[in-house]
Design a protein around this ligand. Structure first.
Ligand code: ATP
Ligand code: MN
Length: 478
């Protein structure tokens, strides 16, 4: 008999048909005469209820059907007696594929904290919460490719190992095959990178953007979707040392086109989640409601599904950084000294400011543009005021910055001047500057942090809970 996935069985299974299911036991309960086994195979948040009459099966076998054990169950589908499902499986043959000692198996059917599950990240996929999160994460990754493919963007694989450190000076992970204890030395006693694998210092990439621009200025519209690495020591609920980023880069797009794309893209993904992941979203929404029960009414957040629908239907507010500073300076928390970080034209906005704008002031996603050039990267298009650049950050409720992007400086002289001011060695970037020497055009792009987006869609508060095996300072287990 061929196995059917539990998702299929629950959706299309007909009473009276013989069926084979395989999966892991979530719970077993019952009486002397009958056992109810909740079986899950990862295909859906819902379990298949297996009904096993005690008399029909070996005592030892039944004793070994514990939470976490793997089973193959053959039987006949019957109308369900009130499990919330249409059908249940009346077992005729049960094979114990893999035992799970109840004394030792850590994921018992009770409420575990997310911290505990993080320490057991190798097994946490077997919980409802993480099953839902990783199915949604998959659906979002798929929808990203679908969206760009439909729009005629090409998926460009930019390198993970790079020799340019123009962006993240001091925050990169070095890639080297030199002996860490006794590296070959140059005459002045420094590690001799000419003897290293690539004959020069190399790092893990912090962004595929610069290479992405090279692709866009020939292929038209490209996107990258790959791992990025930042050795920043920020132990927050929104930062990972290894995270995934989606970076579209488009020729002939100005800042407005860039904002339009970002807004349409985010809404496409949210709509896809609502259309394809509603069971998992409903489960996570309930979970959040439980979690917030103890909070005072005014601190509770919007229902997860309502929140997604709300963002889908709202028009993102677009204002300049300068306007945002005005709003912040006139705000209550500012006047009452409630902000931890200063607000002044020229400072980088902190998460508390971004969240005030989004959650309290506008109550919807906000796109901030035209930031002071001194707090932004060298490649951003300079405005005529000599003070600001055509940057855009998309700010989301609960998350803060979810997208960072800009129109790029396409004028060679301006780009070179800015690089000089910022001490960025132009010689090493000759290949980047060549795009401005030959057939330079207006172009734009942005980076969406994949995990931050998955956090938003799933409502998970900690970024460590939306990536399979998080990499954070002092943590690389599994
Ligand atoms: P932040 O100020 O929040 O650290 P950033 O300005 O460093 O962000 P960018 O360099 O613009 O961010 O990166 C683009 C996007 O990548 C961000 O909008 C965010 O969604 C995501 N991102 C940045 N750093 C991290 C990180 N350490 N972990 C996870 N996602 C990140
Ligand atoms: Mn950062």
């Amino acid at each position: 008999m061929t196995r059917l996935k539990i998702k299929e069985i629950l959706k299309t299974g007909k009473t009276g048909t013989k069926t084979l299911a395989k999966g892991w036991v979530r719970t077993k309960r019952g009486s002397k005469n009958v056992n109810f086994i909740a079986l899950n195979d990862g295909s859906t948040i819902h379990n298949l209820q297996v009904v096993a009459d005690t008399g029909k099966f070996d005592e030892q076998l039944l004793r070994e059907i514990n939470t976490g054990a793997a089973l193959a169950v053959e039987g006949t589908l019957a109308e369900s007696q009130g499990t919330g499902q249409n059908v249940e499986l009346m077992a005729e043959k049960i094979e114990l594929l893999g035992k799970a000692d109840p004394e030792k198996y850590p994921i018992q059917p009770k409420k575990h904290t997310l911290e505990f599950l993080r320490e057991n990240a190798h097994l946490r996929f077997r919980t409802n919460t993480f099953g839902a999160v990783f199915r949604i994460r998959h659906a979002m990754a798929f929808a990203i490719h679908k969206y760009f493919n439909e729009k005629g963007f090409y998926y460009l694989h930019t390198p993970i190992i790079t020799a340019s450190d123009a962006e993240g000076a001091g925050q990169m992970f070095r890639v080297s095959t030199l002996d860490a204890v006794n590296p070959p030395l140059t005459e002045d006693g420094k590690p001799d990178y000419s003897k290293d694998f690539f004959g020069r210092p190399t790092n893990l990439t912090v962004s595929g953007q610069l290479e992405g621009e090279l692709g866009a200025l020939a292929l038209g519209e490209i996107y990258t979707f790959g791992p990025t690495f930042r050795a920043e020591n920020s132990n927050t609920t929104r930062h990972l040392a290894e995270f995934w980023m989606i970076e579209p880069e488009m020729a002939f797009y100005d800042l407005k086109d860039n904002m339009d794309l970002a807004e349409e893209f985010l809404k496409y993904l949210i709509n896809y989640a609502l259309e394809h992941c509603i069971d998992d979203l409903n489960f996570l929404a309930d979970r959040l409601k439980q979690e917030e029960k103890n909070k005072p009414q005014d601190q509770r957040s919007m229902d997860l599904v309502e929140k997604l629908q709300f963002v889908l239907n709202s028009e993102f507010v677009r204002i300049t950084y300068t306007e945002a500073i005005e709003i912040l300076k006139n705000s209550n928390p500012y006047k009452k000294n409630k902000f931890q970080f200063p607000v002044d034209w020229g400072v980088d906005l902190q998460s508390e400011h971004e969240r005030f704008l989004v959650e309290k002031h506008f109550k919807c996603p906000v796109i901030l543009t035209d930031y002071p050039r001194d707090i932004k990267a060298f490649y951003m298009k300079q405005n005529d005021d000599d003070k600001t650049v055509r940057a855009m950050d998309v700010l989301f409720p609960q998350i803060g910055e979810i997208i960072g992007g800009s129109q790029r400086e396409e004028v060679l002289e301006k780009l070179e001047a800015r690089m000089k001011e910022m001490d960025i060695p132009a010689e090493e970037m000759w290949w980047y500057l060549d795009t401005r020497r030959f057939g330079s055009v207006v172009h734009s792009g942005f980076g969406l942090g994949f995990e931050r987006f998955v956090q938003f869609v799933t409502g998970m508060g900690n970024i460590r809970d939306v990536i399979a095996f998080p990499r954070t300072p002092k943590n690389a287990e599994f």
